[in-house]
Design a protein around this ligand. Structure first.
Ligand SMILES: [Ca+2]
Length: 377
């Protein structure tokens, strides 16, 4: 309490410096209190005095200074308002006027957008055109189906063609003779026949079958038709054969020998001269021996309209293997291999000219075909 009193008196002193006398009095009182510290009863009495005195001082102060002035809030407000306005003006001066938000424009814009959206929803424009999508899908599906159908049809065709080829192949595998062929199985064909593969004991022979002449069933082993193929060949070439079966060719002595095995065969020779006349020679027995006998020729029973000018019992002779009975080499003279005697009266493998494609009684040849056929028992 004493301390509070002292602090209050100090405040009062600082507020009213002019009242020196009062302050001096209070300070004297404080010093008095400090010197009387030990006696409790005395202290209480002193405090009472002091309080009494403080009240008096307070009354004195109020009387002297008057009541504290009332705060003029409206004035303060005006001052603050003026200051705020000043600050505001300075801010505007520096930063410019704050932008004006045009709420009505925003509202209008939103409204317009909403109306547009509503119109879109109410119209067909905004809807997904499923029918178009379905049509498109349908078209695509149709295209795919057409493609698959076409593929399938082609596959079926291919399969059929393959089946026919296999059947044809199987049939051909069973063909051992030009008597058994069906022209639709030919590898190549023309008006008189076609090229076939025939088989003997699993060995394939490519031959031309004449299915037209004299009842057909002929295996052609020699053809001259245009002079496009050189027939001036060696022994081995005449043994193995040369040329293409549908053009000029020689089937080969070894092939001829092998195909003449099993059964009796006849020989036919068809010739045409430069005037276009056609003649033939035919032998009812025809056989060519094997390699060990130099492919010796055996013939019997001539018929035909051009004379018998082939010598039976003669070995084959070529430019490099002279088996003729002449002192020189007939193959070198005629420029082709043949069953020569003392050269003889025919050589159908000679050079393709009027003297070396030769048959004594039917000269000036331009065409020759030699063929054999198995005689049916
Ligand atoms: Ca000779």
């Amino acid at each position: 309490m004493i301390r509070l009193t002292v602090i209050l008196s100090l405040i009062v002193c600082s507020v009213a410096q002019q009242r020196r006398d009062v302050c001096t009095q209070v300070q004297l009182m404080s010093q008095y209190c400090s010197s009387q510290g030990g006696n409790e009863t005395g202290r209480v009495a002193t405090v009472d005095i002091l309080e009494e005195r403080m009240k008096e001082i307070e009354s004195e102060l109020r009387r002297t200074l008057g009541a504290p002035p009332p705060v003029n809030y409206s004035f303060v407000e005006e001052v603050l308002s003026a200051r705020f306005k000043g600050v505001e003006e300075r801010v505007i001066a520096r930063l410019g006027e704050p932008p004006v938000v045009n709420y009505s424009a925003i509202e209008e814009d939103i409204s317009t957008r909403f109306q547009r959206l509503e119109a879109l929803v109410n119209s067909d424009e905004g809807l997904v055109d499923y029918s178009r999508i379905f049509n498109s899908v349908d078209e695509r599906f149709s295209a795919i189906r057409s493609y698959v159908d076409a593929k399938f049809a082609r596959l079926v065709n291919d399969t059929e063609a393959y089946k026919r080829a296999v059947e044809s192949q199987n049939r051909q595998m069973n063909i051992s003779d030009c008597r058994q062929i069906r022209l639709e199985d030919a590898k190549l064909c023309n008006a008189t026949g076609g090229v076939f593969d025939i088989y003997r004991e699993m060995k394939r022979y490519e031959v031309f079958c004449d299915s037209y002449t004299d009842g057909g069933g002929w295996t052609v082993f020699q053809r001259r038709m245009d002079g496009s193929l050189n027939f001036n060949r060696t022994w081995n070439e005449y043994v193995n054969g040369f040329g293409e079966r549908h053009r000029e060719f020689w089937l080969g002595l070894q092939n001829i020998h092998e195909l003449l095995q099993g059964g009796t065969h006849e020989l036919r020779i068809d010739l045409m001269d430069s005037s276009g006349r056609v003649r033939f020679a035919k032998y009812q027995i025809f056989y060519v021996a094997g390699k060990s006998r130099d492919y010796n020729l055996l013939l019997q029973s001539f018929s035909g309209d051009i004379g018998d000018h082939l010598a039976s019992g003669r070995p084959f002779s070529t430019i490099d293997r002279d088996r003729d009975s002449w002192s020189r080499n007939c193959a070198e003279t005629t420029l082709g291999g043949w069953w020569f005697t003392n050269c003889g009266h025919s050589w159908l493998n000679g050079n393709y000219d009027s003297t070396n494609l030769y048959w004594y009684r039917f000269p000036n040849l331009v065409r020759s075909e030699m063929k054999f056929r198995r005689l049916v028992d």
